[in-house]
Ligand binder design. Sequence first.
Ligand code: ADP
Ligand code: MG
Length: 391
Amino acid sequence: MSPTTTTTQRTIFTRILLTLATTAPTIGHLPTNTASERTTAWMDGGLAGCYDPFMATILGIETSCDETAAAVVVDGVRVLSNVVASQIDLHAKYGGVVPEIASRAHIERMDGVIAEALERADCASDDIDAIAVTCKPGLVGSLLIGVTAAKTLAWAWGKPLVGVDHVRAHVVSPAIGLDESPWPCVGLVVSGGHTSLYRVSDLDTIELLGQTTDDAAGEAFDKVATILDLPYPGGPHIDRLAKVGDASRVRFPRTMLGKESLDFSFSGIKTAVLYHVHGSGKTSGGLEKLSEQEVADVAASFQAAVVDVLVKKTMRALDATGLESVAVSGGVAANSGLRAGMDAACAERGVRFFAAELAYCGDNGAMIAALGDHEFARGRVADLALDASPR
Ligand code: ADP
Ligand code: MG
């Protein structure tokens, strides 16, 4: 571990100890015995592999990229609070996430975000049964801040600590707030860093069926937005423009790879948009010649092509697995064209369609707490040696 990391960890350790551990709100909301009593009873019964029957209240912490987030979730599905401090304003001028800036911003915001999540949930530290935190994958400097905060609170409050995989948490996010279980299903995680199809038999059996071979879909949205001189991150801006654009104006390529392939490739369409805007083989000089309507038409045509591929591949995955449900999550799952296109395709086939609520599409603490609840109930707790891992 580098000396910088150690200093960073010490700083955050001290700040969180002094603020949160001593000043968290003290209003209890749980009618039964306190979480501390329940945790003690549970630990007395032995940790290994036991299934815990009580409805746990989990504090979820997420800092894998550029969102500082914390949430309180009961029983894995009932969200009491979900606080996300976005860093978009800090990274926008660089056109992407700058890891060093992200780490520093997490340090500044982490304790305030956790305190707000507890306050909005009307929870005191005593009401929390366990602390779940994203420990992989992501930017390691960012992950370290959340992991250190979680370890500090677990130690100071005497609570179990649960390490959570960020991508698995995205897979779980469509189930938040639902009364019924979406599993078994085909899961599509489509975000700034991932575009992957899974066979989700249950939360412990998630099998990768296919993934992007180059850019993630969110990355393609962001790069095409840059070509069209739209602000970062570009996904929401393309979505907005697509609503007023004509999607049939430009026929961008749909890269399907092999006939049965469940993998994705989005680098070709990005280049196709670049050359459409500037002229074949050129990388500049064309945008200013396009009218506002023509830019909107390019956005709509690009979005339609990406949605087409995502929907067709998901339908292929249904064919390949025989499953009868689809669950879509990740930042790009907020895209209105994707939600409508997937909904229509699923309705046509008579299969169930679940999309993560908009609040749980991008990175958030609720999905970390939701998966954390599942892991905690199965006794999969970490100790204070829990480390952050980029992969
Ligand atoms: P990651 O965890 O990989 O960093 P997120 O889950 O936070 O990614 O999602 C961020 C991505 O989602 C960005 O690429 C952003 O452009 C994209 N995105 C957000 N909203 C939309 C939208 N409405 N349409 C398309 N893409 C979107
Ligand atoms: Mg994410």
